[in-house]
Every structure is written in C-alpha cells, then in structure tokens.
Design a protein around this ligand. Structure first.
Ligand code: S3P
Length: 166
C-alpha cells in the first residue's frame, strides 16, 4: 500500500512524508523531485522554458507511473490532485490512501513567504498582502479536490511529530 500526501504549497507534505516513511519503514518519494529528475530540469525552469500546460501534462504522465509503486509515502505537488481527472484516478487506486494536510491561509503564507523562489506560481509576488490574497483565492478553488482525500488533518497547531502520529 501507499500513502499520498495532498495539500497546498507549504502545507508540509515533504517534511511529514520523510518522517512518516521512516516510522512506517516505507520508501519516501517527493513527486516534484521525480518530475525534476525525469525532465532533467528544476520545476521553475520547466515552467519558464516550457510553460505550465506542459508541466501539467508531464505531471499527469508521471502520476500514472506512481500507480505502479508499493510501500511508498509520496508527497504530491500542490497542484497534482487539481487538474484533469487526477484526483479521481488517484482515488480509484485500491492501494493508495490519500491524506490532506489542511493548513489555514496565514500558516501557509508564513511558510511560503520564506521559500517562494522555487515555486513559480508565487515567485513573482512581492508583498505579504498580495500573497495572502493569492493563496486565499487559489486555496478556495483547490479545496474541493483536496477534500476528496480519505483523511484530513488540520495541521496548523500541530508539531510535525503530532501530524505524523495522526
Ligand atoms: C505547484 C506546487 C509545487 C510544484 C509546482 C506547482 C502547485 O509543489 O509542483 O510548483 O501547482 O501548487 P509543492 O506543493 O511541493 O510546492
């Protein structure tokens, strides 16, 4: 079986995924890293040189490859469940449990403001108010996909250890 961690950018998918996989003795896979390896380019370069539509096509292609894995904790990209029929296809896998790491807008903004450079969707946003507005609207559009997950964890007030335990 596999656990797919779902959630907005900055929700802690990679941090939690690493710790959870160690405890379960599963393998850990960061899906963004897999895409970067396959494409031989970092995410921001893929967006810059080939555009978001190309990125989403490749993301879908590599998502299908993930379905062959076993005993993995996977941190998906923030947008992975939100395009095409990706979430339906993920949910159709008998051996995948999806977990949504649900964080409030201020929590996400606090984290993203410190590490927005590697994220092409927000790297151009300079001030906190604009980032808050962007994340608010974007999360509103995406929540319906995230909320299809098998398990939802409110992560705002929890240490990584407590999230992993849940
Ligand atoms: C994206 C999130 C990123 C990465 C890409 C697009 C998104 O992953 O896949 O920049 O659409 O939310 P993280 O959620 O790991 O930052």
């Amino acid at each position: 079986m596999n656990i797919f961690l779902v959630g907005y950018m900055g929700s802690g998918k990679s941090t939690i995924g690493k710790q959870l996989s160690a405890i379960l003795d599963f393998n850990f896979l960061d899906f963004d890293n897999l895409i970067e390896e396959k494409e031989d380019a970092i995410i921001s370069t893929i967006f810059k040189n080939k555009g978001e539509v190309y990125f989403r096509k490749q993301e879908y292609k590599y998502l299908l490859e993930l379905f062959k894995y076993d005993n993995h904790v996977v941190s998906l990209g923030g947008g992975t469940p939100c395009y095409g029929h990706n979430m339906e296809q993920i949910k159709a896998q008998d051996n995948v449990v999806t977990v949504y790491l649900k964080a409030k807008i201020p929590t996400l903004v606090d984290r993203l403001i410190l590490e927005k450079e590697k994220r092409p969707l927000i790297s151009h946003i300079d001030d906190r108010a604009s980032l808050t507005e962007f994340v608010g609207k974007h999360l509103f559009e995406r929540s319906k996909f995230y909320l299809k997950s098998d398990l939802v964890i409110d992560v705002d007030d929890l240490s990584p250890e407590k999230v992993v335990n849940q």
